[in-house]
Design a protein around this ligand. Structure first.
Ligand SMILES: C=CC1=C(C)c2cc3[nH]c(cc4nc(cc5[nH]c(cc1n2)c(C)c5CCC(=O)O)C(CCC(=O)O)=C4C)c(C)c3C=C
Ligand code: FE2
Length: 420
């Protein structure tokens, strides 16, 4: 392992790209996984991408967590095929550089004069705006120990919060949609920009990581929603009304203070659930039952018995027969509980076209939540819902994963540097 690869500094190749020192011929990448970089000319002025709509990649926290959800997402889970920590470290350095560039609508690497090597950037986002691209990285429990082996000598740094979720009543989890050593969440306002980012990150990782699962997702576009309302899920209900939004709430609910492991300070834990929604069954369900299922009006999003979507909810309010307006087995009643467990939801609809075995739509919710402690926040909520949520008749939990997402990188550093 070279001193360069041990250090937390960026590579020489990257420095050359940043400072625009071109025309220096071939350099062997410091990554140790076979990247040969051809440094040709620097970017021409007209080649430079506009950085409008750019969300800074570097910062105290990783972007893509409290960032207002963009229209498109790709979430991937990866398994490491190396047992060398130096490979992982180098991969994160490369990923950090590539992410910082792509977040500014720049190419992953410069175009080359040498037409006998593949370009460093696959090219499909060339000329496109940054489109609010965010890239968020996480470590799964198996990154730290797999089959009882302390694979990278980091098992002692594994936070106690980072372990697989228990199984819940009604779960129909399929192995292919579980776990992973690492995750990368890419979100953007443009699907091609998002795809370009995830594709290039996968390409950079070739030989070090393999794809375990991948799920794309979507919401409505800003163009389609002129009123900038709460997005609707595939059951047609406003989804995301009650969610943390202030710095105080983010500090209380989302950001770790690092007490469990210093490297996770300013980071958070991601829970992913791939939840299939039985749209054909739902679409045959009458409106009254749909609204009782969520405890909210479909059109306005107002809690039942209330006026407005954002009204404070009084769960004790009774109708003329003396029954609570909001049923005790409704989704919002169970999700709220006594109000002591809160999470930041950042979910997307997904549609994987059709399930050929049933000739039905394969669609649902790519549920993502961020919290300080999945076991004190997500798990008790899900336990309540798994037992008696009216919605269970219309959904199936198919996938499950947990990842620890470290704090953001500062310029000159890289994602995860405080862990390695
Ligand atoms: C364990 C956490 C949650 C899962 C899993 C989950 C799945 C899920 N939710 C909807 C639709 C809606 N959820 C709503 C509110 C809501 N949901 C959760 C948690 C989980 N949901 C919470 C914590 C809340 C907020 C509760 C509160 O305090 O009021 C709503 C209502 C509108 C809103 O506030 O967003 C909808 C609609 C689906 C379709 C789904 C799985 C497919
Ligand atoms: Fe919900």
């Amino acid at each position: 392992m070279s001193d360069e690869s041990k250090s937390n500094k960026i590579t020489r190749r990257e420095m050359l790209y940043r400072t625009g020192a071109g025309g220096l011929g071939l350099l062997v990448g410091a990554s140790g996984f076979g990247t040969i970089s051809a440094l040709g000319k620097t970017l021409d002025k007209e080649d430079k991408q506009t950085a409008e709509d750019a969300i800074p990649f570097y910062g105290t926290h990783q972007s893509g967590i409290i960032t207002k959800p963009q229209t498109y997402i790709y979430l991937i889970s990866l398994d490491l095929t190396t047992n060398q920590l130096s490979d992982v470290r180098d991969l994160f350095k490369e990923w950090t550089m590539a992410s910082a560039h792509m977040s500014k609508a720049e190419l992953v690497g410069p175009y080359t004069d040498n037409s006998y090597v593949p370009p460093e950037d696959t090219g499909e986002a060339d000329g496109l705006s940054a489109s609010k691209l965010t890239i968020t990285y996480g470590f799964g429990p198996t990154f730290f120990d797999k089959n009882g082996s302390d694979r990278f000598g980091l098992a002692s740094k594994k936070p106690k919060q980072l372990k697989s979720l228990p199984s819940f009543a009604g779960d129909q989890i399929e192995e292919q949609w579980t776990g992973g050593d690492l995750c990368v969440q890419v979100c953007a306002e443009d699907k091609q920009v998002a795809f370009h980012a995830i594709r290039n990150l996968i390409r950079i990782g070739r030989g070090i990581v393999t794809l375990r699962w991948m799920q794309s997702g979507f919401q409505r576009t800003p163009q389609a929603d002129k009123k900038k309302g709460t997005p609707r899920n595939l059951f047609g209900f406003k989804d995301g009304t009650v969610n943390p939004s202030t710095d105080k709430e983010f500090n209380d609910i989302v950001w770790s203070n690092g007490s469990e492991a210093p490297w996770i300070k300013n980071g958070s834990y991601m829970v992913m659930r791939r939840i299939r929604m039985l749209l054909e069954v739902w679409d045959r369900t009458h409106l009254n039952e749909q609204e009782m299922t969520f405890g909210r009006e479909k059109r306005s999003g107002a809690p039942l018995g209330h006026q407005d979507e954002f009204d404070d909810i009084n769960f004790d309010k009774k109708d003329e027969s003396g029954n609570p307006h909001i049923p005790v087995d409704s989704h919002i009643k169970l999700a709220r509980g006594d109000g002591s467990e809160k999470i930041l939801r950042r979910s997307y609809s997904y549609s994987s076209e059709m399930d050929p075995t049933r000739a039905q739509l394969d669609a649902g919710l790519l549920f993502i939540s961020y919290q300080k402690d999945p076991f004190k926040q997500f798990v008790p909520i899900q336990k309540r819902m798994a037992g008696m949520d009216r919605m269970n008749e219309y959904i199936r939990h198919i996938g499950s994963a947990v990842f620890a997402c470290p704090g953001g990188a500062s310029k000159g550093g890289y994602i995860g540097d405080s862990l390695f």
